[in-house]
Design a protein around this ligand. Sequence first.
Ligand SMILES: [Ca+2]
Ligand SMILES: [Ca+2]
Length: 271
Amino acid sequence: MNFLDIVPHPLLPARWLCLALTFATACSGSPADNASTSEAQAGKLCPSGSAAQDECPSEAERPSASALIDDLEDGNGSIPMTDGRNGSWWTAGDDTAGATMVPIADQIATPETIEGGRCDSKRAMHVTGQGYLDWGSLLGMDLLYGTRTDGTSGDLPYDASAYTGVEFWARIGDTSTDRVRFAVSDVNNEPYGGVCTDNDEVNVQCYDAFSSYLVGLGPDWRHYRIAFASLTQRHFGFPASAAATNALFTVQFNFEPGAIFDFWVDDVAFY
Ligand SMILES: [Ca+2]
Ligand SMILES: [Ca+2]
């Protein structure tokens, strides 16, 4: 899936008042259930004992132009064609009858207006849904989409090995699950990579991407910095020693089977 940025919207100059958010609870050592210490560190809970990381970023703290994957301000579902990237946002879910999600599963996902804005951001990706009872559902993006060696179109590997990880802002709605798992898929767990197999064979199966739960998700926007090295597999598929950052396929936000989810994400970037 890929669409060119054909309807660009200029970044509006308005600046929004940002409140300094405090996360005393999160920083007192109460990470979400089943979250490991490394996950807490990956979620940047208490890097300096300060809550400053969740205030609006200063100019110096913003991602560089080449590292910014998408700020969603152009209002479309394509990621900017920057630094060799060329992909789009989409949603996907299992086949449970009656399950619903918005944006509709298996289609390009487009961003929504943030009521009241977030810092100087006006738009973010927003996904809601419920009722997926098999493997669940996800919001994802391709990093590179194009013609494969067999002539078909699909995801291709993108070399992100120059980077340490991925950063973004996220929040959830009041009634949403807070169990959202960030993941990057790569050559070892995508079928096209030719390493794993798309069936139920133990230790060979695809889709066991390196991932981490987002610690401290709540109704206030929060900044996450997640190092590739902090991610782990779930150990149902082809095992690898680490995420193959030189051959990434997708960035994903996964929702568990049975979850009721209302998730926002913005300013996704490498760092
Ligand atoms: Ca876009
Ligand atoms: Ca934005």
